[in-house]
Design a protein around this ligand. Structure first.
Ligand code: AFP
Length: 344
C-alpha cells in the first residue's frame, strides 16, 4: 500500500473538518522542528550537545523548575521557538524551560493558537544514550487576546486542539492526536519525512506491565502501597496473575511503550513531593499525554479525578499521573478513592 506522509494525513484531517489550515501548519512546523532536534540528539558526544548547559561565567544554567539544564534542553527549546516564530499560526509559546510565555515577535503575524512544550523530556537520560523525547500541546488563543499571558494558557486538558510527542529512539517516531484517534508516524530518514505507521491506535484495556519509580515506595500513600503490592504479589496474590515492570525515567519512552503494547504508568504523589503537588507538569507533560492515551482508548487520572478535567492554576503546575490501560488505571484510582473516602 502507498505510504501516507504526515502532510497527506493532515490534508485528510483538514478535508474531514477535524483541523483547520492554521493548525495543520502548526503541526507540520513542530514535526519539522523535531526532526532538527533528532539530528542534534543523534550527534551524541560528537556534537558538543552533551552535558550541562552553562550561563554567564560558565555557571550551570537553571530552568524555571530550579533544575540544571542540559545543553540539549536549551538547544531543543531554541529550535522549537525559532521554527514557530514566523509562520503566523501562533500567538505565543510556553515551555518547561521558560518561566513566562514567549509572544510571537511583533515583526511576524500572529495566529490563533497557543503552543506548549517540554522540548526535551527525559533529559537526565541524554548522557547515557537512552531515549528522550519532545512533548507538545496546542490550545486555542482566547478570543481578542493579542499578547497572551500565562493566565491565557490555563485551560483544562479537554480544551486541547491537538497533542503529540516525538520519541528519539532507535527510530524517530511522532504520535499525534487532534481529537479523532491517536496515530503514529515513523521518520523515513532517507526521504526526511514522517510516514504513517499506525492509524487509530487502540491500547489494550488490560495490562501486565507497570511503570513506576520503585525507589519512592516508602514515600507513597497507602493506596499506592496496596495497589503496587498486589502487582508485586503476582499470581500468588489477589490479582492472580504475574506483572512485569519497566521504568525508563523518560516519560515519552514509557508512554510510547504503553501506546504500543499497553500497560500503566504512575508518577503518584509521595511524601517527598507532596508539597509541590507531584513531579510531572500538567500543561506540557500530563495533559498532552492524557489526550493521546484517551484517544487511544486508555485512561488518565490524577488518582482522584480525570486528569484532563483539572482546571489549571499555574503554567508550571505539577500533578500526580496515573495513565494507560483503562481497566488497570481504574483499579488504582478505585483504591485511591476508597482511601480518600475513608480518611476524608
Ligand atoms: P528529566 O527531564 O529531568 O529527566 O525528568 C524526566 C521526567 O520528567 C519524566 O520524563 C520521567 O517519567 C520522570 O521525570 C522520571 O522521574 P525520576 O527521575 O524521579 O524517576
Amino acid at each position: 500500500m502507498k505510504p501516507v506522509s504526515l502532510i497527506q494525513f493532515l490534508i485528510e484531517e483538514r478535508r474531514a473538518g477535524y483541523i483547520n489550515a492554521e493548525l495543520s501548519l502548526l503541526i507540520e512546523v513542530v514535526a519539522r522542528a523535531c526532526k532538527r532536534i533528532a539530528v542534534a540528539t543523534n550527534k551524541g558526544a560528537l556534537g558538543d550537545v552533551l552535558g550541562m548547559a552553562t550561563g554567564a561565567g560558565d555557571a550551570a544554567s537553571v530552568n524555571i523548575q530550579g533544575e540544571a539544564q542540559k545543553k540539549l534542553d536549551v538547544i531543543s527549546n531554541e529550535i522549537l521557538l525559532e521554527a514557530n516564530a514566523w509562520g503566523g499560526h501562533l500567538a505565543a509559546c510556553a515551555s518547561e524551560e521558560m518561566e513566562d510565555p514567549q509572544p510571537i515577535p511583533d515583526m511576524y503575524p500572529k495566529g490563533n493558537h497557543l503552543l506548549l512544550f517540554d522540548p526535551l523530556d527525559g533529559s537526565s537520560n541524554i548522557d547515557v544514550n537512552v531515549s528522550v523525547g519532545t512533548i507538545f500541546s496546542v490550545l486555542r488563543c482566547p478570543e481578542g487576546v493579542v499578547n497572551p499571558k500565562a493566565a491565557d494558557f490555563l485551560q483544562p486538558g479537554t480544551a486541547q486542539l491537538a497533542a503529540g510527542y516525538v520519541v528519539y529512539g532507535p527510530a524517530t517516531v511522532l504520535v499525534l492526536t487532534s481529537g479523532h484517534g491517536t496515530h503514529e508516524f515513523t521518520l523515513d530518514r532517507e526521504v526526511g519525512s514522517f510516514v504513517l505507521s499506525r492509524r487509530d491506535i487502540r491500547i489494550p484495556q488490560d495490562a501486565t506491565e507497570f511503570a513506576i519509580n520503585m525507589s519512592n515506595q516508602r514515600h507513597w500513600q497507602p493506596a499506592m502501597q496496596r495497589y503496587i503490592g498486589e502487582l508485586l504479589a503476582g499470581s500468588e496474590g489477589p490479582r492472580g496473575k504475574d506483572f512485569n515492570m519497566r521504568w525508563v525515567a523518560s516519560m515519552v519512552a514509557d508512554v510510547h511503550r504503553i501506546v504500543t503494547r499497553g500497560g500503566v504508568f504512575f508518577y503518584p504523589l509521595d511524601a517527598k513531593i507532596a508539597q509541590q503537588g507531584g513531579k510531572l507538569r500538567l500543561m506540557y507533560e500530563a495533559n498532552p499525554m492524557a489526550f493521546i492515551i484517551e484517544q487511544a482508548g486508555g485512561a488518565a487520572s490524577t488518582g482522584q479525578q480525570r486528569l484532563m478535567a483539572l482546571q489549571p492554576t499555574g503554567l508550571h503546575q505539577r500533578v500526580p499521573v496515573f495513565l494507560g490501560s483503562k481497566n488497570e488505571v481504574e483499579v488504582a484510582v478505585q483504591y485511591h478513592q476508597d482511601d480518600a473516602s475513608q480518611h476524608g
